[in-house]
Design a protein around this ligand. Sequence first.
Ligand SMILES: NC(=O)c1ccc[n+]([C@@H]2O[C@H](COP(=O)([O-])OP(=O)(O)OC[C@H]3O[C@@H](n4cnc5c(N)ncnc54)[C@H](OP(=O)(O)O)[C@@H]3O)[C@@H](O)[C@H]2O)c1
Length: 328
Amino acid sequence: MKTEAFRIYKFGGTGEMKWETVEVPAPGRGEVLLRHTAVGLNLADTYRRTGLYPMPLPNGMGNEAVGVVEAVGPGVRALKVGDRVGYIGGQAFDAYSKRRIAQVASLIPIPKFIDDRTAAAALLKGITAQYLLRDAYQVKRGDTILVHAAAGGVGIIMCQWANAIGATVIGTVSTEEKAHFAKRNGCHHPIVVKRKGPKFAKKVRELTNGKGVHCVYDSVGKETWDESLACARLRGTVINFGSASGNPPLVDLAATGPMGSPFIARCALVNYTTTRKETLARADDLFRAIKRGHVKVRVKQRYKLKDAAKAQRDIEARRTTGSTVLIP
Ligand SMILES: NC(=O)c1ccc[n+]([C@@H]2O[C@H](COP(=O)([O-])OP(=O)(O)OC[C@H]3O[C@@H](n4cnc5c(N)ncnc54)[C@H](OP(=O)(O)O)[C@@H]3O)[C@@H](O)[C@H]2O)c1
């Protein structure tokens, strides 16, 4: 069977994304044929396109999508034709496609109360928010946390969820419009950061009576890391989980002693979704948060899948808020 999909042969700009007709084989043992109905856009898709996150080439693109099972391989009993499922990795990169072969072991059944577009907008970003808030640092009622890129895909879910847990949420954003959006979605104190000069540490100290926050969640990296360290309270936690402005600099560990001995980690989704059981448990927690209304999934941009290059340019240029889905 033939389908259409993006292929990339060389790292670089969005001009390297090639929309092609490709062959899809029949599903093998432990596999299904999926027809995608909605694909999630993630900033990390752009890191892989540019080579910031290296991957073998040539390759497909994207690692988050939702779809319908169209055929099952030999021995597959866990799923049947017509089932709605999604994934957040565990597969070759090929989410930017109309159809694909997928490993049953990595598929997440989508509950009836969540439609496909919402699921594609929520799965990867929501499970990331889940492990960051529940595990990497366990946010408790009464905590104060700092979330960078608070109006973004992961950020807006974190603000809502942390707020529902009972934490005070401080967030950084680049525009007043994003500040309003973050505020409407659980961020108590959005800070609009300027491109030049000190950005947010002084304000965070003011907002916390000089103490600093229990946890900093930094997905911006290079431009924010040093100030992020300065925002943690005594024995607080500083987590980097992204490189929107480039990778964070090397840490001078000895220098962090006088800063209150913060716990420092670089967190990656793959290390918190190590088995299907773990992934499904995190997905269930996310689905419960959505059902209870603690997390409202904000699908703010939709593009045709074949316009994914435009979507990538928009997320790179900080023109998006909330989640973005690509429709095959
Ligand atoms: N480690 C993990 O497990 C994991 C999993 C998923 C996502 N992530 C990371 O989480 C972050 C958010 O992902 P997302 O897909 O939801 O993206 P997003 O937050 O919707 O978009 C990125 C945002 O980063 C901010 N930003 C700050 N400096 C930037 C710069 N120099 N260039 C571009 N953007 C900049 C922008 O918000 P402002 O304009 O408001 O500053 C922008 O909107 C990314 O860094 C991603 O890599 C990590």
